[in-house]
Design a protein around this ligand. Structure first.
Ligand code: AP5
Ligand code: MG
Length: 213
């Protein structure tokens, strides 16, 4: 099963993608997590990506597409995957579609997690992320068992550099300009599914599992 998660920054794509990956035993692939891992390790890719991410801009398609296609060609992707944060532009969606078509394959579901802009800024300022394993929490809605510590790996939780309110507003603008058109793109492909992302995390997941079966 191949799934694409759509939604604004902070809509809960990562939260839901992790739960989907666990239930259906497929890898969770987040281009944002891949970039952040590279930033942490100080690789050339990380340095380049950081210059865009810190301003809330998109990393150029050419770079992002190469990384994603490398990742989905790995053995663990044979039975499918859930993509979180990719594609983010129409050109990225077209490259993915063409690469899959060459193998007589396609994306099965594009799930749009719908959350209005008003909720987003509030959500982002409360998010805490684990620098080591990428797990995400929210100080009110999804708190860790011990404040500031990751439940899964015991590392410190941080506020992401790009979660400052000004950067979040830029990310939202970029989302509306460049990523939202993917809703129509996947609707035209006949695989778009919408879920309400404003309800409780567990209830959002229940709507998704009803769709995926
Ligand atoms: P990326 O890491 O993908 O960030 P994003 O799309 O901005 O999305 P987020 O990770 O911020 O939000 P999310 O939807 O995963 O929400 P989450 O589950 O954490 O990308 C970062 C940057 O990398 C981009 O800006 C860009 O520069 C670059 N990049 C990445 N991919 C790229 C690409 N393909 N092309 C070009 N550039 C790319 O949830 C948010 C918070 O809300 C959490 O605190 C969570 O606990 C809480 N929450 C979740 N669900 C609920 C709920 N139902 N109720 C209450 N709280 C909830
Ligand atoms: Mg995320």
């Amino acid at each position: 099963m191949k799934i694409v998660m759509l939604g604004a920054p902070g809509a809960g794509k990562g939260t839901q993608a992790k739960m989907i990956a666990e239930k259906y035993t497929i890898p969770h692939i987040s281009t944002g997590d891949i970039f952040r891992a590279n930033i942490k390790e100080g690789t050339p890719l990380g340095l380049e990506a950081k210059s865009y991410m810190d301003q809330g801009k998109l990393v150029p398609d050419e770079l992002t597409v190469k990384i994603l296609l490398d990742r989905v060609s790995k053995d663990d992707c044979k039975n499918g995957y859930v993509l979180d944060g990719f594609p983010r532009t129409i050109p990225q969606a077209n490259v993915l579609k063409e690469a899959l078509a060459k193998q007589n394959d396609k994306i099965d579901f594009a799930i749009n997690v719908d959350v209005p802009d008003e909720n987003i800024v509030r959500r982002m300022s409360g998010r805490r992320a684990c620098v080591t394993c990428g797990a995400t929490y929210h100080i009110e809605h999804v708190p860790p068992k011990t404040e500031g510590i990751c439940d899964k790996c015991g590392s410190a939780l941080i506020l992401r550099d790009d979660d400052k309110p000004d950067t979040v507003l830029n990310r939202l603008k970029v989302y509306h300009d460049q990523t939202q058109p993917l809703i129509d793109f996947y609707n035209n492909e006949g695989i778009l599914k919408e879920v309400d992302g404003t309800i409780d995390v567990k209830d959002v997941f229940e709507s998704i599992t009803k769709i995926l079966g």
